[in-house]
Design a protein around this ligand. Structure first.
Ligand code: PBG
Length: 326
């Protein structure tokens, strides 16, 4: 005989009571803002399928980061758009590459903030794949050397954390070994441990012009149908030395975040990817949903599922909402 003794609505009757019993809270110090950086000093160009997001020149990147850091966001994640793309993604490991230059500029201005770099060659390769290509196949072991070089060049430029997103087997171990060998034992690896072959990356590929020129990424990114495999991937990356593991995309994969939370004690990051951003933006532009509420509710869901860290293009908006106490 629950009712009328038990009335869950008693604890929902006003804002103060709701605040007391709120189980999940977002915090600005767990947000990471992903940003795209390009060559040149000529301002910024908006990404068509990601309204409000830009390819930034280094001076513009510094401005955007000052705003973000001013709001209390502790970290940014950098993606580079190279001058030229080639078979090996050479600019990705060049000490004068765009990301390496951006890291140096950022660390000079904001030594106390975190600069995280995406380690993957797809933004830099002419074929748009995340590994070296031979006879239409994506090579695994041959790609590892490139990833190690890329990670090292980022850390040498001053990156605080490296984040491999390529899904080659063994890359966390290879990067850990490569960094340790050069004396960078203290640099954490945030691994995109569980990265699905998702249609929700489409706007990002617009932004980075990184559509695969042939085929797709199904031979290295995970099948959206698989959940047990996510545990296996996470387990391997943790064994190989990943300090933080990531699930990507986020909202369509809340079950995976929960599964990992139950199995592992390492921090878990959730990446609200470009397509998730674009969907909220598009519906809000049409007046069909409330943008701010949709952002907040999505992030809360990820936190409720068990994520600790959030990569989101909405990081500044969320920080602003937290400041305003919404
Ligand atoms: C690979 C990479 C991708 C994203 C992050 N790292 C693209 C891909 O795998 O195709 C997507 C992020 C997003 O969609 O916001 N370097």
């Amino acid at each position: 005989m629950a009712f009328p003794i038990h009335r869950p609505r008693r604890l929902r009757q006003n804002k103060a009571i709701r605040g007391l019993v709120q189980e999940t809270r977002l915090a600005v110090d767990q947000l990471i803002l992903p940003l795209f950086v390009q060559h040149g000093t000529g301002g910024k160009s908006e990404i068509a399928s990601m309204p409000g997001q830009y390819r930034l020149s280094i001076p513009e990147l510094l401005k955007t980061c000052s705003e973000a850091f001013g709001l209390g966001i502790p970290a940014v994640m950098l993606f580079g758009i190279p001058k030229v793309k080639d078979e090996m993604g050479s600019e990705g490991m060049d000490s004068q590459g765009i990301v390496q230059q951006a890291v140096r500029a950022l660390k000079k201005e904001h030594p106390e903030r975190l600069v995280i770099t995406d380690v993957c060659i797809d933004e830099y390769t002419s074929h748009g794949h995340c590994g070296l290509v031979k006879d239409g196949k994506i090579l695994n072991d041959e790609t590892l050397d490139l990833l190690v070089k890329m990670a090292l060049s980022h850390v040498e430029a001053g990156a605080d954390i490296v984040a491999p997103s390529d899904m080659m087997d063994g890359r966390v171990a290879a990067i850990r070994k490569g960094l340790d060998h050069e004396g960078h034992q203290e640099t954490p690896i945030l691994s995109y441990a569980v990265k699905y072959a998702s249609c929700f990356y489409a706007p990002f590929r617009d932004a980075a012009d990184s559509y695969p020129q042939f085929g797709d990424r199904k031979a290295y990114q995970m099948d959206p149908a698989n959940a047990r495999e996510a545990i296996r991937e996470a387990e391997l990356d943790i064994e190989e030395g990943a300090d933080i593991i990531m699930v990507k995309p986020a909202l369509p994969y809340l079950d995976i975040i929960r599964d990992l939370r139950e199995q592992f004690d390492v921090p878990i990051a959730a990446y609200q990817v470009s397509g998730e951003y674009a969907m909220i933006k598009a519906a809000a532009e049409k007046g069909w949903i409330d943008e701010k509420k949709a952002i907040f509710e999505s992030l809360l869901s990820m936190k409720r599922a068990g994520a600790d860290i959030f990569l989101t293009y909405f990081a500044k908006e969320i920080a602003q909402m937290l400041i305003e106490g919404k």
